[in-house]
Design a protein around this ligand. Structure first.
Ligand SMILES: [Zn+2]
Length: 620
């Protein structure tokens, strides 16, 4: 990292010694420094004309690319029929309007550049002029400003030759007033340039595009924004280290990584350099994260404020990662997605053909290190009925985090049996107050009580807690992870450790928690499920989803049994209708305690793993 900072700093200093840019149409102020390599032609962002030409040659023989174009043109036709964008906030955000504008500009812009049909350009320009006339792009929630700057910058650049002088001037004026001016102030005063999460990449990436689009006309703004952005970006990009995981969960991985791709592609196409940012540890590996955190039916291992039941969808940034790092696994994975669903314009921008050589076989299990550790295990790839379990550790103060250290989710027989509920409404009062005692932790979906984690005396995990995996083993016959949860429960326990293992030849999952408790307290083991629950004998619960069944067996301790509770809540929180908790309550417990529960799907051959020997976690 230090090397990278030095490289960036050096590049900036060296660049400043170089002479100003040559003249280009509408240049108002000569630029210096970092813009010295600026490509003065348009389009220079994301997809240059020579790239477009190459794609058109490929198009003649690549059926998948032909399908992508059909999808984009269909999308552009729909965008052309939509009502004009208006300034309308939801809560404190204008973000949905910024995103809709971005979506339209990519689709309409590419449709115009591909077909030459003026109606697409015309519609794109109407949208651009509409948002440029907005009073602002809501800089108090800067994501909105950055995404709109991206949309307007891209539209200006891609449609440059179509636009007349007067229209160019209007769009530039809107982009400067509503985008670049607030950005300079934000780089000086706002918190997000120092942040390490999705805001960093989205705000920087969006502003890089906006600034480079009009850099020959507004070099002073562009220069300051680019310098600030390349200084700020490493703070977040290092969050991918070392294995490419994203601490804010798979949903925000997508948002953050798309904007990483936008920002770095724009730097490369417009300035010819990525300033060494592509070399940051973990970024090359990050395409593994959505692949491995998708369950057998594509449902993500859901943590942090991931959307409820969020699942893998087409993500053009996978093509960007595939081509940037020459990774056939990422390419193959994304091709599988666009075979099932529509491709987007960005798939065409970053298009990579189906790989000719097959990537190496994927591992069954994966351990992602980093600020939030993740372990995932499965019985097979390419079997939608396979057994899958994912476990998380990390720290509870992470952006968008829940009080969920040690949480796990389980899929089998094509459905999810144990699940995280996902995010709640971002506009609930105090949703972002994640301090100890903060209002965020009064919300069921965010606190420990909705998660499949232990509860001691009904208390939430410590909001400041951190946890690490202490062991990870991946063998065909023995695969497990141990997580030290002591810091989450330090009010009540001297030690809390959870083990999650694939057992019975990967046909069942054992969850084993061990406690060392000084003062007597109530220990609760629980999971949250959509399943109907029947408790036949006190130590056996049958979970049913449609025609599928999973049996939960309480192997330890013996003197107690399962109970069923509701996970429903009252509005304005999400109500979680029909959701239940399978629960074991152990009142007045002290000393050493081991809770071991076997989760056994009833497989198609009616085979069920009935029991497994219990060993202390230290002997796993
Ligand atoms: Zn959660």
């Amino acid at each position: 990292m230090a090397n990278l900072f030095r490289f960036v700093a050096l590049t900036v200093i060296l660049s400043c010694c170089h002479p100003a840019l040559g003249s280009a149409e509408e240049v108002t102020v000569a630029s210096s420094g970092i813009l010295k390599t600026l490509d003065k032609n348009h389009p220079r962002l994301m997809l240059k004309d020579e790239d477009l030409k190459r794609l058109k040659e490929l198009y003649a023989k690549d059926e998948v690319l032909q399908k992508c174009l059909r999808d984009v043109l269909k999308d552009a036709d729909e965008c052309a029929d939509k009502r004009m964008l208006t300034y309308r906030k939801i809560g404190p955000r204008l973000l949905h309007i910024s995103r809709e504008c971005l979506h339209r500009i990519y689709a309409l812009g590419l449709a115009y550049r591909w077909t030459g049909e003026q109606r697409y350009a015309e519609k794109a320009v109407e949208n651009l002029l509409a948002v440029c006339a907005f009073e602002d792009w809501n800089p108090s929630h800067f994501l909105d400003t950055a995404e709109m700057s991206h949309a307007v910058g891209l539209g200006y650049d891609w449609l440059y030759s179509y636009l007349d002088m007067e229209t160019r001037k209007k769009i530039r004026a809107g982009l400067v007033k509503n985008g670049l001016v607030p950005a300079l102030s934000a780089y000086e005063k706002s918190w997000w340039p120092k942040s390490e999460h999705n805001w960093n990449q989205v705000c920087n990436g969006g502003m890089i595009v906006g600034a480079l689009a009009i850099a020959e006309s507004e070099p002073r703004y562009a220069e300051q924004i680019i310098i600030s952005a390349i200084e700020s970006l490493p703070r977040a990009l290092k969050s991918y280290s070392p294995d490419g995981a994203w601490m804010e969960g798979p949903g925000y991985w997508s948002y953050a990584t798309h904007y990483t791709a936008y920002g770095l592609t724009a730097l490369q196409t417009a300035l010819g350099t990525d300033f060494g940012l592509l070399q940051i540890e973990g970024l090359a590996e990050s395409g593994n994260f959505p692949i491995y955190t998708s369950g057998p039916r594509g449902l993500y291992l859901n943590f942090a404020d991931c959307g409820e039941k969020s699942s893998r969808r087409p993500m053009p940034c996978m093509f960007w990662l595939a081509r940037t790092y020459d990774n056939s696994l990422y390419a193959q994975a994304e091709h599988a997605e666009i075979a099932k669903s529509d491709a987007r314009a960005q798939h065409v921008v970053w298009y990579v053909p189906v790989p000719v050589t097959m990537p190496a076989a994927k591992e069954l299990d994966r351990y992602f290190r980093g600020p939030v550790e993740i372990a995932v295990f499965r019985s097979a790839w390419d079997d939608p009925e396979a057994l899958f379990v994912g476990v998380k550790a990390g720290y509870n103060q992470v952006n968008h985090g829940h009080l969920d250290l040690g949480n796990f989710e389980l899929d089998a027989l094509g459905v999810r049996w144990v699940r995280d509920l996902g995010s709640d409404n971002y506009n609930l009062p105090g949703y972002w107050d994640k301090r100890r005692g903060g209002r965020r932790w009064s919300y069921y979906r965010l606190n420990s009580k909705s998660h499949s984690v232990p509860l001691l005396d009904g208390e939430d995990q410590n909001p400041l807690a951190t946890s690490r995996f202490t062991r990870f083993q991946t063998e065909r016959s023995s695969a497990f992870v141990l997580v030290d949860l002591t810091s989450a429960y330090k009010n009540s326990a001297n030690r809390v450790t959870r083990g999650v293992a694939m057992v019975g030849n990967r046909r069942a999952v054992l969850v084993q928690d061990e406690f060392d408790i000084e003062k007597p307290c109530e220990v609760v083991w629980a999971v949250t499920t959509d399943a109907k629950i029947d408790i036949n004998e006190k130590d056996t619960a049958v979970l049913t989803l449609g025609a599928r069944k999973l049996i939960a067996r309480l192997l330890s301790p013996s003197a107690t049994g399962f109970a069923i509770e509701s996970a429903e809540q009252k509005a304005p929180q999400k109500t979680n209708k029909g959701l239940r908790r399978l629960i074991v309550r152990l009142p007045n417990t002290s000393g050493s305690l081991r809770v071991a529960i076997l989760l056994s799907p009833v497989w198609k051959d009616k085979d069920v793993v009935a029991t497994v020997p219990i060993k202390p976690l230290t002997q796993w």
